[in-house]
Design a protein around this ligand. Structure first.
Ligand code: FES
Length: 655
C-alpha cells in the first residue's frame, strides 16, 4: 500500500500513514488526540477537522457528515487518506487539550521528540489531579515500601560452614525480614557464587515483600548506594497521572499527567471494551495505547528529573477502574459489559515491567490495585483506603467519586457497600456541547444576574473561555434554576426578555459567553439537551446514594462524613451541588473534597506494606450492589430527575 504524509496544523506535526488510514488514527499516530466520544463511529461530531490541502475520501455518507461538510469540515474518523499528501487543520474545539511545547523544560531538546512534547500537558492543566509534592503521601502509614534494599554481610564460606550459597543468602534474608517464604529467581541463582565472592560476601539485595512472602529482585556485590524509586499511576478513563516516588525517603519527587490515549476509542469504558472485543487486534491496540500513555509520562518524569534513570525505577503501583486494569494487563474485558457483568479477575497478578513493555527497569515489579466488581474498581478501593472508611473506629461515611461514572462506597469499619450508577461522563464535559475538563480556559465558576441575565464567570488559569468544566456546569445549572431560566424539570423559559435566550440547532439554548469574549469562533452556549444530560447524571448519583442507604436501612442523616473525589479541582461548590440535587442536603461541615484519591491511595500502597495489605482487605470486604437488579434504583432515579428532587422534603434547606 502507498504511504502518504499528513501534516496537522496548527502544531505543524507531520506523520506518514498508509493510504486508506482515517484521520483520527493518523492524528493519534502523530500524538495528537482529538475528541472522539463515540470512539470513531461517526455519530458524535466532535472530531471535526478542516482539509486545507489534498484529496480525501469519506468512509461512508451520513447526515452528520453532510451537515459538517456544509460548514467546510470533515469528521476525522470518517475521512480517509487517499493518494495525496494532506494538510489538515484541527480546530480548537476538536483538540482534546491545548498543545504546548515544553521548550522551557527541555531547552536542548534531548530525549523527547517535538511530537511527544506537544502531546504532554503542563502540570497546571492537571493540577487538580496531582498530589502536591509537599504533602506526605503516607497519610498516617509508616514507611515500609513494597520494594527495599537490604545490605547484608554474610558469613564467609569455609570448611566448617559449608552451606550452599543460596542457603546462606536466604537464611540471612529470613532473619532480616521475618519473611518465611523467600523466592530467588533462577537468573539470579545462576551467577550467585560470583556475586557473593566479588566483595567478600558483602551484598546488597533488592527485595519485594508482601504478606510474609519475599521475592528477590536483584543481588549486587558490595554495599553501594544505588537510588531506589517507584512510580504510582492513576489510570483514569480520561486522564492518567503518574508520581515518581523516592522509596527510601517516602516522598513524591515529581508528577506528570496526560490524557489517556485510549480516548480515541471512545470516552467511556463500554466503547473501549467494544473496540477491544470487536476490532481485529482490538485488545492489543487498546492495551498498547495505555502502555504508550504511561511510557510518555515516564519520559516526562525523567526529563524533569534528569539525574534519575529508567533503571532506577524498581516498582510500580497502578490504580484504575476494572476495565482499565484489564486493558492495562491485556486481559480480555468482554464479559464486563455483558449480563451478569463478570470481570475475568478482581485480583491481578504482579508482573515484571518487561512483560508489559514499560520503560522502567526490566525487572521492576508492577502491582495493580484489586477491584470489587465490574464497575467498582481499584480506583475506588484506593479512595476507601485514603479516607480510612474501613478503619475499626470509622463513623458512617460516604465516598463519592464523580468521574466518568459515579461510583460510591457507604459504610463504617466492618461493613462497606458499594455501587456504580452509570452517571455518564457529563461532569467531565462529555455529552455537553461546550463541556470540557478543568483545563486552561474552562469556566469553573459562574454567576447569572437575576434582573439582566448577564453572566459573569471565572476560568481556569484566567484563560479566555473555551468551554465549561464540571464545577462550572454545577454552578451553571444552579444559577439557571435560581434565576428562573430553567424550571424544575430543566425546561428553558423561552419567553425571557434577553437575547441570550434563543433557539439553536438543538432547540432552546442560553448564551453563556458571546463569541468575541471567547477563544473560539462561536458563542459558548448551554442547550436544553445539555441540561437534560446533566439532570440524568446528577439524578443517577443521588439515586445511587439513596439506594445504598435503603439497602443497609439507614437514612441520609446517619452519614457523618461525605468525601467527594473526582476531577473538579479545588472549586467544587458544595452548596450549588446540593441546590441542584446532586449531593444530599446535609450540613456543609460534613463534606470534604478529597481530590484524586485513586492516585493518593496508589502512592500509599507503594510506600507501605501495611497500606497495601489493607487495600486488599478492603477489596475483599466491600459488598457490591448491582443497581440493575430490582426497581429500587430506577424509582429513585426517576424521582431525582428534577431540581433538586420530586420530594422536596429531602432538601429542606434548598429554596
Ligand atoms: Fe468522529 Fe465521533 S464522529 S469520533
Amino acid at each position: 500500500m502507498n504511504k502518504r504524509f499528513v501534516t496537522f496544523l496548527p502544531a505543524g506535526i507531520k506523520v506518514e500513514v498508509e493510504s486508506g488510514t482515517d484521520l483520527l488514527t493518523a492524528a493519534s499516530k502523530a500524538n495528537i488526540e482529538l475528541k472522539a466520544p463515540c470512539g470513531g463511529d461517526g455519530t458524535c461530531g466532535k472530531c471535526a477537522v478542516q482539509i486545507k490541502n489534498g484529496r480525501v475520501k469519506a468512509r461512508r455518507d451520513s447526515h452528520l457528515a453532510t451537515r459538517m461538510a456544509e460548514k467546510g469540515l470533515n469528521l476525522a474518523c470518517q475521512t480517509l487518506v487517499q493518494d495525496e499528501d494532506l494538510v489538515v487543520e484541527i480546530p480548537k474545539t476538536s483538540a482534546l487539550s491545548k498543545h504546548q511545547v515544553l521548550v522551557d523544560r527541555n531547552p536542548a531538546g534531548e530525549g523527547i521528540s517535538e511530537a511527544l512534547s506537544n502531546y504532554l500537558l503542563h502540570v497546571w492543566q492537571l493540577k487538580e489531579l496531582l498530589l502536591e509534592k509537599q504533602e506526605s503521601p503516607l497519610n498516617g502509614y509508616s514507611l515500609n515500601p513494597l520494594c527495599r534494599r537490604i545490605r547484608l554481610t554474610l558469613p564467609v564460606a569455609n570448611l566448617q560452614d559449608n552451606r550452599d550459597d543460596l542457603n546462606r543468602l536466604t537464611m540471612a534474608l529470613k532473619k532480616e525480614t521475618k519473611c518465611t517464604d523467600i523466592h530467588v529467581p533462577l537468573p539470579i541463582i545462576r551467577n550467585l557464587g560470583e556475586i557473593l565472592r566479588a566483595e567478600h560476601f558483602k551484598v546488597t539485595v533488592l527485595l519485594s515483600e508482601v504478606g510474609g512472602k519475599a521475592e528477590v529482585i536483584s543481588v549486587e556485590p558490595g554495599h553501594g548506594h544505588q537510588p531506589l524509586y517507584g512510580i504510582a499511576v492513576d489510570i483514569g478513563t480520561t486522564t492518567v497521572v503518574a508520581y515518581l516516588l523516592d522509596l527510601e525517603k517516602g516522598r513524591v519527587v515529581e508528577t506528570a499527567g496526560t490524557h489517556n490515549r485510549q480516548a480515541r476509542f471512545g470516552d467511556d469504558v463500554i466503547s473501549r471494551i467494544v473496540y477491544a472485543v470487536d476490532e481485529p487486534d482490538g485488545l492489543k491496540t487498546v492495551h498498547q495505547s495505555i502502555i504508550d500513555t504511561i511510557n510518555t509520562l515516564i519520559i516526562d518524569l525523567l526529563v524533569k528529573q534528569r539525574h534519575i534513570k529508567e533503571t532506577d525505577i524498581r516498582v510500580m503501583m497502578t490504580a484504575g477502574n476494572t476495565t482499565m486494569a484489564h486493558l492495562f494487563l491485556g486481559i480480555n474485558p468482554k464479559y464486563i459489559r455483558l449480563e451478569p457483568y463478570i470481570p475475568t479477575t478482581n485480583f491481578f497478578p504482579v508482573v515484571k515491567a518487561q512483560e508489559l513493555g514499560l520503560r522502567i527497569n526490566d525487572d521492576a515489579l508492577v502491582f495493580s490495585y484489586p477491584s470489587v466488581a465490574s464497575y467498582v474498581g481499584g480506583d475506588i478501593v484506593s479512595g476507601a483506603l485514603f479516607t480510612k472508611m474501613g478503619d475499626a473506629e470509622a463513623p458512617i461515611s460516604l465516598l463519592i467519586d464523580i468521574g466518568t461514572n459515579g461510583e460510591m462506597v457507604l459504610g463504617a469499619g466492618d461493613w462497606l457497600v458499594t455501587c456504580s450508577c452509570s452517571a455518564g461522563p457529563a461532569f467531565e464535559g462529555s455529552g455537553i456541547t461546550f463541556g470540557m475538563r478543568a483545563m486552561h480556559g474552562a469556566i469553573e465558576r459562574m454567576e447569572v444576574d437575576p434582573q439582566t441575565y448577564e453572566v459573569s464567570y471565572t476560568t481556569v488559569n484566567n484563560g479566555k473561555p473555551v468551554g465549561i468544566c464540571g464545577s462550572g456546569l454545577i454552578d451553571c445549572l444552579a444559577k439557571l434554576r435560581r434565576t428562573g431560566i430553567i424550571d424544575r424539570a430543566g425546561k428553558f423559559q423561552t419567553s425571557l426578555p434577553t437575547e441570550r435566550m434563543r433557539f439553536g440547532e438543538a432547540g432552546p439554548e442560553f448564551v453563556l459567553v458571546w463569541r468575541e469574549d471567547t477563544d473560539l469562533d462561536r458563542d459558548i452556549i448551554i442547550s436544553e439537551a445539555d441540561v437534560k444530560n446533566l439532570l440524568r447524571a446528577k439524578g443517577a448519583v443521588f439515586a445511587g446514594i439513596r439506594t445504598l442507604l435503603n439497602v443497609v436501612g439507614f437514612d441520609l442523616e446517619s452519614i457523618e462524613h461525605i468525601y467527594v473525589a473526582g476531577g473538579f479541582g479545588n472549586y467544587l461548590n458544595i452548596p450549588d451541588a446540593i441546590a441542584i440535587g446532586l449531593l444530599p442536603d446535609l450540613p456543609i461541615e460534613k463534606y470534604k473534597y478529597v481530590g484524586n484519591t485513586s492516585a493518593k491511595g496508589a502512592c500509599m500502597a507503594l510506600l507501605s506494606q501495611e497500606a497495601w495489605a489493607e487495600a486488599n482487605n478492603l477489596a475483599g470486604k466491600m459488598t457490591y450492589i448491582e443497581l440493575s437488579v430490582g426497581n429500587l434504583f430506577m424509582d429513585e432515579f426517576v424521582s431525582s430527575l428534577f431540581i433538586p428532587h420530586t420530594d422536596l422534603t429531602l432538601f429542606p434547606n434548598v429554596s
